[in-house]
Write a protein that binds this ligand. Structure first.
Ligand code: ZN
Length: 220
């Protein structure tokens, strides 16, 4: 899984980010069942594979992993590659490790922030990125052009997941309370049992803001 030289894909002259899903990688919907209270309750898939469907006990979305199948969905995220990138600190654009700097920091870049800086302890589902890959993304990704921010980060700590909570009574999906696409659920929350995870979430520590204009200049 942790391929350090993943293949690079291009679409209409632009590199397709490692974490972008393709049309052939749509989520596979699976019927849910309620686990008995003696097992702690919560939801499970019908015919679940604990090895494939759970990570650290948390249920994850099922998605094929076939990069290059069909057309890329550049505005979306492939849940399992996002998790792989976050777990191994792989670049969200090229999929290669972001370790190796002498100061041991990692660069994080986030869009649609309207200039709001990345602050200490911030929770994010956006994996790290190389400087050159960040510059390329700032040049090529429309959603990063409106208020992207970046920071050097000393340490990204496991925090939880982002996913879809389910009603314990009906097992139907619940809309996120914060108006976001996904609910953020910490690792120590009882809600984890009722969540289908779709993103790994970390908290960022030792954050130093980076000038996005200087980053963008690298791609000039
Ligand atoms: Zn990269």
């Amino acid at each position: 899984m942790n391929d350090t030289k993943p293949r690079q894909f291009y679409w209409r002259g632009v590199r397709v980010p490692f974490i972008a899903p393709w049309s052939g990688e749509s989520q596979i919907r699976v019927s849910l069942v309620r686990l008995p209270d003696v097992l702690g309750g919560g939801i499970a898939y019908v015919g679940e594979s604990p090895r494939l469907d759970r990570r650290y006990g948390v249920l994850w979305v099922r998605m094929p992993a076939v990069r290059g199948a069909g057309e890329p969905r550049l505005a979306s995220v492939h849940a399992l590659r996002q998790r792989q990138a976050m777990s191994h600190m792989l670049c969200q654009v090229c999929g290669r490790p972001t370790f190796g700097r002498s100061d041991e920091r990692h660069l994080f870049l986030m869009g649609e922030r309207h200039g709001k800086p990345i602050t200490e302890g911030e929770k994010t589902a956006v994996p790290p990125v190389h400087e050159n890959c960040a510059a390329e993304a700032l040049r090529d990704c429309p959603h990063l052009r409106c208020g992207a921010v970046a920071a050097w980060v000393e340490y990204a700590a496991p925090w939880g997941v982002a996913g879809i909570l389910h009603d314990p009574a009906t097992l139907t999906p619940l809309p996120p309370r914060n108006g976001e696409e996904l609910a953020y659920v910490p690792l120590d929350s009882a809600d984890l049992r009722w969540t289908i995870a779709a993103r790994d979430v970390v908290s960022l520590h030792g954050c130093t803001p980076v000038d996005v204009d200087q980053l963008m200049a690298l791609a000039a």
